[in-house]
Design a protein around this ligand. Structure first.
Ligand code: GLV
Ligand code: MN
Ligand code: MN
Length: 494
């Protein structure tokens, strides 16, 4: 039997774990103590000086917004579940619907050469730096209806209110809403295709990335009559001088807001992330005839690697060496923010009576600490190569995606915090507790946009912290609260 030799490709450069962890210490100091407890809607009644005319627009900011979320949630490529991946037929239909709602809000609209849908109003000064507000229109497979869509629909509802009140033309700067074509990265494993292009960080080579059916990004666009050349891609990048900032509303996708009993929170920072694709190749054979001691089974190797990854990410301090220069809380902080997931696995030829010839799986690693995350990727790679050596299977690691952690802009965050406070105060007629400040473990288009401009994010409470699941749920009144908050935020631009 041929022995399969290791062909591991180390796709990253060697790093010094000591310097990694010393830097990690400093980063964690920046983001510690981020959650401010608060106590819901209780508070002493007080005249609401911020309520301009007492208008709460529940029919637009709540009822219509919820109806639109439900409608968009039905625009799916899946039968009986929600799935809209980059440039799929449902994604195109969703884009058309969003475009209609943008026009309904009084915006001028267009679709760019990466499938992002834009709606813009120039306000009083078309050449002033624009405020960009957005989120994504794609979804994961078997998704909930709020992830991405809530951010788009809430801001369109708020702009519709301003349009009805004849205020759109009074904005002191252009406001542009962008429904990004890909944040989830389900189809091409490279997240932020749309937002990265606008931020100018999508490499030209990305156009040739392929999906499972070997369709490239460029071809997926062409099938929808969108021609994208290298030149188009370069032109898509926004000039940083033309942009004032980027704001995104998103469901929290975690349990903190529900836990503290508050509908809205602001985001201090977003965890960095790495996506890997691991391919293991062994000796394909007959399940009944090859003795256990003579197998080179990539399935067993993958299983061992996945369990090793779990141990590493549960207890990084047991695996990462450090020389005592880094205080223990940084390890503590890495352990508390570090999450690692194998969400997709495929085998060839995938039959019960065949020892697989090949197994491929994805790894998604996240932490608020970029250097700590890098150290974990490095350690996992070493462990994986050792497993592959021991089992005589070949193994390759492809680094599919990297995004560094992002710290949100303090001025935008404080404006969003005031807007959330004011919006909730208008709704409840009472003084509010301090709006909570959170870290985001989920990735957002704001990460890509942070390469172009300052970014700020507002989170909306969701039931049980559940997301990426059809169980995802946001209360109608919390949809309303998000609309009130973004309305109050945009009113600061009048
Ligand atoms: C997007 O939802 C991500 O964080 O993967
Ligand atoms: Mn999302
Ligand atoms: Mn998502």
């Amino acid at each position: 039997m041929a022995i399969v030799t290791r062909v591991a490709q180390r796709t990253h450069s060697a790093i010094n774990p000591t310097s990694v962890l010393v830097l990690a210490c400093h980063f964690v100091l920046l983001v510690s103590s981020t959650i401010t407890p608060c106590y819901g809607f209780s508070g002493v009644g007080e005249e609401d000086e911020g309520n301009r005319g007492g208008e709460l627009y529940p029919e637009i900011l709540r009822d219509e917004a919820v109806a639109r979320l439900q409608l968009l949630g039905k625009v799916s490529d899946g039968d009986g579940y929600l799935e809209r991946i980059f440039m799929s037929p449902a994604a195109v239909r969703a884009g058309n619907l969003i475009r209609k709602w943008m026009e309904d809000a009084g915006l001028r609209t267009w679709v760019d050469c990466l499938g992002n849908v834009h709606g813009r109003v120039e306000g009083r000064n078309a050449s002033a730096e624009a405020l960009l507000i957005g989120s994504h229109l794609d979804t994961v497979v078997d998704a909930g209806i709020f992830d991405g869509s809530l951010g788009i629909i809430s801001v369109l509802s708020a702009l519709k209110v301003l349009s009805i009140n004849g205020k759109l033309g009074e904005l002191k700067r252009p406001v542009e809403v962008i429904a990004f074509s890909d944040e989830e990265g389900v189809r091409f494993q490279s997240t932020f295709i749309g937002s990265a292009a606008i931020a100018g960080i999508l490499p030209i080579s990305a156009l040739q990335l392929t999906d499972k059916s070997d369709v490239t990004i460029q071809h997926a666009l062409k099938k929808n009559s969108i021609e994208v050349t290298e030149e188009h891609l370069l032109q898509l990048k926004y000039d940083p001088k033309s942009v004032w900032g980027y704001v995104e509303i998103h469901i929290e996708q975690g349990p903190v807001l529900e836990w503290v009993g508050f509908p809205l929170g602001v985001v201090k920072g977003i965890a960095g992330q790495t996506r890997l694709k691991v391919t293991m190749k062994g000796s394909q054979g007959h399940a009944g005839t090859v003795p256990m001691s003579m197998r080179h089974d990539p399935m067993a190797a993958a299983a061992e690697a996945i369990v090793s990854l779990e141990s590493l990410c549960k207890h990084p301090q047991d695996f990462l060496s450090f020389d005592g220069q880094c205080k223990s809380y940084s390890f503590e902080s890495l352990s508390t923010s570090l999450v690692c997931t194998v969400g997709e696995i495929s085998t060839w030829p995938s039959a019960s009576n065949v020892i697989p010839g090949q197994v491929t799986f994805t790894v998604d690693l996240r932490a608020i600490d970029d250097m700590g995350r890098e150290a974990v990727v490095y350690e996992f790679s070493n462990q994986l190569y050792q497993i592959c050596d021991r089992r005589s299977v070949s193994c390759t690691i492809d680094r599919k995606h990297d995004a560094n952690a992002v710290i949100c802009d303090s001025e935008l965050t404080s404006k969003l915090k005031s807007a959330a406070y004011l919006g909730l105060k208008r709704m409840t007629g009472s003084v509010q507790d301090e709006v909570p400040v959170l870290m985001s473990g989920a990735g957002h288009d704001a990460m890509a946009l942070s390469h172009l401009t300052k970014v700020g994010m507002l989170f909306v409470r969701c039931r049980g912290g559940i997301s990426h699941s059809p169980e995802e749920h946001v209360l109608d009144d919390d949809v309303w609260a998000s609309g009130m908050a973004i309305l109050a935020f945009i009113e600061t631009q009048l």
